[in-house]
Design a protein around this ligand. Structure first.
Ligand code: SAH
Ligand code: DHB
Ligand code: MG
Length: 219
C-alpha cells in the first residue's frame, strides 16, 4: 500500500460523495496563496467533522486551531439557524486569512475567530459547547482536552486531530513534543471516567494519522 493509492482512494470517494464546493475550494486556494502551511483537514475529513457535529445536533461548537478556516467552514455549516462557532488561533495572519474565508462562505455572522494563545483565550469563554475540535499545537492537547471537558455538558463530543502521526504515538521513549503531548492526552482520557472514547486511524492525502473521538457520558 502506498500513499499514492490512499490519495487515489480519497479522490474516488470525494468525487462521488462530496458536492463541488466553490467556497471551500476558494478557501483552500486563499490559504495556499497566503503561504499558510498545507495542514488543514482533508475534504473527506472535513465532511466527517461536519457529519459528526450534525449527528450530535450541535448548536455551539468550539474549535482550537483555526489556520485558514477550512475545517471551521465545514463545522459551521453543520449548525442550525442561531448556532455559533468560536475558533481560537494564535497567529494573527492565519486569523486574518480565516476571517476572509469564513466571510466568503457566508458564515461571518456565525463564526467568531479569537486571536491569542488558546490557553490565554480559553478562560475568556463562557457557557457550554456541544462539539469540540482540537487541532492546534499538540504539546498542549491534554490541557485543551481538560478545558473542553470544563466547557462541556453530558453528551458533548470532543474530536482531536493528529493523534497517530505515522504510528509514532506508540513510541513510549519518543522525545518528540507532538508524540509526548499526544500520549499525555491519551493518558488523560484513559483516566477520565466522565468520557467514553476511541481512536479512528486514517490514511489518505494527509498521510497516516488519526482522530480521537470522545463523548462526555458522565457529569
Ligand atoms: N483546524 C485547521 C488546521 C489547524 S493547523 C484545519 O483543519 O483547517 C493548527 C493551527 O493551530 C495553526 O494555525 C496554528 O497557528 C494554531 N496554533 C498553534 N499553537 C496555538 C496556540 N497555542 N493557540 C492557538 N492556536 C495555535
Ligand atoms: C501538522 C498539524 C496538523 O494539525 C495537521 O493536521 C498536520 C500536520 C503539523 O504541525 O505538522
Ligand atoms: Mg490537524
Amino acid at each position: 500500500m502506498t500513499k499514492e493509492l490512499w490519495c487515489d482512494v480519497d479522490r474516488y470517494f470525494a468525487d462521488l460523495l462530496l458536492a463541488p464546493d466553490a467556497a471551500l475550494d476558494a478557501a483552500a486556494q486563499a490559504c495556499r496563496e497566503a503561504g499558510l502551511p498545507d495542514i488543514a483537514v482533508a475534504p473527506n475529513q472535513g465532511k466527517l467533522l461536519h457529519l459528526l457535529a450534525r449527528m450530535r445536533g450541535a448548536r455551539r461548537i468550539l474549535e482550537i486551531g483555526t489556520l485558514g478556516g477550512y475545517s471551521t467552514i465545514w463545522l459551521a455549516r453543520a449548525l442550525p439557524p442561531g448556532g455559533k462557532l468560536i475558533t481560537l488561533e494564535v497567529d494573527p495572519k492565519h486569523a486574518e486569512v480565516a476571517r476572509a474565508n469564513i466571510a466568503g462562505a457566508g458564515l461571518a455572522d456565525v463564526v467568531e475567530v479569537m486571536v491569542g494563545r488558546a490557553l490565554d483565550t480559553l478562560p475568556r469563554l463562557s457557557g457550554t459547547f456541544d462539539f469540540f475540535f482540537i487541532d492546534a499545537d499538540k504539546t498542549s492537547n491534554a490541557d485543551y482536552f481538560r478545558w473542553a471537558l470544563n466547557l462541556s455538558r453530558r453528551g458533548s463530543v470532543i474530536v482531536v486531530d493528529n493523534v497517530v502521526r505515522d504510528g509514532n504515538v506508540i513510541d513510549a521513549n519518543s522525545t518528540d513534543a507532538g508524540v509526548t503531548g499526544t500520549r499525555r492526552l491519551v493518558d488523560t482520557i484513559a483516566a477520565e471516567p466522565r468520557v467514553s472514547a476511541t481512536v479512528l486511524q486514517t490514511v489518505g492525502v494527509k498521510g497516516y494519522d488519526g482522530f480521537v473521538i470522545a463523548q462526555v457520558v458522565g457529569g
